[in-house]
Design a binder for this molecule. Structure first.
Ligand code: C5P
Length: 239
């Protein structure tokens, strides 16, 4: 299997803190997915070493640091990161218009800035109690993302329709395959559903990295079989 659709559509979430596990995942997934996503756990465990290892294995880097600070700090942080081989970087849209603008300026067009909308672990009630009306908040975030030059947004599969007709690239986490449990995620969908609703890319972590006992695995056969299930699921949405 050549994993054509995974190479085009999937960001693999490198969510671990053990370097041997990370290295094995990086060597397996780098050539088989669109990019490897380094989130907070991997960043604080391995730092720039993770980025270098992905690049060494021929992969593309998605740094999911979900920056949320004052504009000057964000601009200088993005500028520092732009000296590395980072293709995508996340910034919270709830930081406001000037933070996103600072990120885009700091990237000097070397990094694609993705705006984080509402995290997928939040239930509808939690969103309402923190942000207020979900669709009003998302509309405002969309306007800011478009006007300030974000490359795309990270959004739940259930809110993709809000961004559908915009030029923003849509990245969707909260993906579940087979009967894998929801874990801490709430607003989830299958890869097929997410792509049919307009996602350009899907972020997949545990659905790829867990074995049948729900333990993190580096067993090549398990990783291959998980990826094959994902590939088949995506290819059905393409027919
Ligand atoms: O294991 P799972 O597939 O749920 O991993 C989802 C990944 O996507 C995690 O790395 C998480 O940090 C990230 N993410 C998310 N919701 C967002 C943004 C990113 O779950 N809104």
């Amino acid at each position: 299997m050549d994993f054509r659709w995974c190479r085009e559509k999937v960001f693999f979430a490198l969510d671990c803190n053990d370097w041997e596990t990370a290295k094995r995942w990086i060597s397996f997934f780098s050539p088989r997915v669109r990019a490897v996503k380094v989130g907070l756990e991997a960043w604080f465990s391995f730092g720039i070493k993770a980025v270098e290892e992905i690049v060494k294995n021929g992969g593309k880097v998605f740094l999911d640091l979900k920056l949320h600070d004052i504009p000057r700090t964000v601009e200088r942080t993005v500028s520092a990161l732009s000296r590395n081989n980072v293709e995508f970087l996340t910034v919270h849209l709830s930081g406001g218009r000037r933070v996103l603008r600072a990120a885009v300026e700091g990237s000097k067009s070397r990094i694609k800035i993705l705006g984080v909308t509402l995290l997928t672990h939040l239930s509808e009630e939690e969103i309402d109690s923190i942000y207020g009306h979900k669709y009003k908040v998302l509309e405002r975030m969309k306007t800011v993302a478009i006007e300030e030059g974000a490359y795309g947004v990270i959004t739940s599969p259930h809110e993709l329709h809000i961004f559908r007709c915009s030029r923003l690239v849509k990245v969707t986490p909260g993906i579940r395959i087979r009967n894998v449990s929801l874990d801490d995620q709430r607003r989830v969908a299958s890869p097929l559903e997410a792509l049919e609703k307009g996602a350009d890319f899907i972020v997949v972590g545990r659905a790829l990295s867990l074995d049948e006992e729900s333990s993190l695995t580096t067993d090549m056969e398990v990783l291959k079989s998980n990826l094959a299930v994902l590939e088949n699921n995506i290819s059905r949405s393409r027919k």
